[in-house]
Design a protein around this ligand. Structure first.
Ligand code: TMO
Length: 322
């Protein structure tokens, strides 16, 4: 309550300031609270670049932004609490459950579905097809589990998963499908790519978490494992699917969404900024290019965002109505 009153009060001051200086088109709306837009940053490259792009676009429109390093699952509850205002890369496979929970509770709003179509799944380099006949079928993978065994995983195959704040269902899936695999989570995305690089240099077995759009498809040949097709009930109804007793006996969505979610508080407090954020639309090509600038070309997120904005000037200007 107190925060709301303060927000309205700051809004009034801001209107006064905006009128005094004669705001030009594309600048912050006079109805918006006078505070920074809080944008979370996560631990994969496209997100770090696109966060900068969203931030710089808002700055061009006259807003201030603040970046908040955030756990990519906990961020949805954090958005509910008002600690961040928006999440502009909600990947269905990794975050669909955590996002939907807060949408259902009423404090997070499903603001936009991007043009991009996404997939996040177990993935292997193409040379594995000679070593493990029958790929990309999951049962063929399981039959080859011994190829993927490591000192760490004993007689089970190793699945190299992403950092623990990404997908939550890998262990449940191994159980649900009765696979002879153990999930080992990488500490960072960089570890995934260095392990892929090392394995590929010698055609050594590896199955790891990957996604698209990403830079990987431009650099390595490979495929996603085909698990039983995803359905919502697979995550909630043990009776559904090949295992009648357990959930998660299916893959991730093969044509997943990429969404932008915002806090209801953000819509209330900063309607002008919200209108811009709703316009932000990313394509598969955008995300792949953003990831490649960092993971292939070695730019940092700021350099990559600057280059993307130079290359896509009309796109982001369109978002702010120029
Ligand atoms: C959310 N991610 C793109 C890393 O799967």
């Amino acid at each position: 309550m107190k925060a709301k009153i303060l927000a309205v009060f700051l809004g009034v001051i801001f209107v006064a300031a905006a009128c005094g200086s004669g705001s030009d088109s594309g600048s912050a709306s006079g109805d918006d609270a006078d505070r920074a837009v809080k944008i979370p940053t996560h631990n994969w490259s496209s997100q770090l670049v696109s966060a900068e792009v969203v931030g710089r676009t808002l700055i061009e429109a006259g807003y201030e932004v603040e970046y908040v390093p955030s756990d990519s699952q906990a961020v949805y509850a954090a958005m509910c609490e008002g600690d961040v205002d928006l999440v502009h890369e909600v990947w269905e496979g990794a975050f669909g459950v955590a996002f939907q929970e807060q949408v259902d509770s009423g404090c997070v709003v499903d603001a936009h579905t991007h043009n991009a179509v996404t997939r996040e799944e177990w993935w292997y380099p193409a040379y594995m097809e000679d070593q493990c006949p029958g790929l990309p079928d999951w049962e063929a993978l399981n039959a080859c589990s011994d190829l993927f065994a490591t000192a760490e995983t004993g007689d089970k195959g190793r699945f190299l998963g992403g950092p623990v704040d990404w997908l939550k269902g890998d262990e449940e899936r191994v159980e649900g499908l009765g696979m002879n695999f153990e999930v080992v989570n990488a500490g960072s995305a960089a570890t995934l790519w260095s392990e892929l690089d090392a394995a590929s240099a010698n055609n050594e077995p590896i199955v790891l978490f990957n996604w698209t759009p990403n830079f990987v498809e431009a650099v390595y040949e490979g495929s996603f494992i085909e698990f039983p097709e995803f359905a919502e009930e697979c995550r909630t109804d043990p009776a559904w699917g090949v295992n009648p007793d357990l959930t998660h006996d299916c893959g991730n969505p093969a044509n997943g969404y990429l969404k932008t979610g915002v806090g209801q508080h953000f819509i209330d407090e900063m309607p002008g900024a919200y209108a811009i954020v709703q316009n932000v639309d990313l394509t598969n090509a955008d995300l792949a290019a953003m990831a490649a600038m960092v993971d292939v070309d070695g730019m940092d997120a700021v350099e990559a965002a600057e280059k993307w904005m130079t290359d896509n000037d009309a796109t982001w200007r369109g978002w702010i109505g120029e």
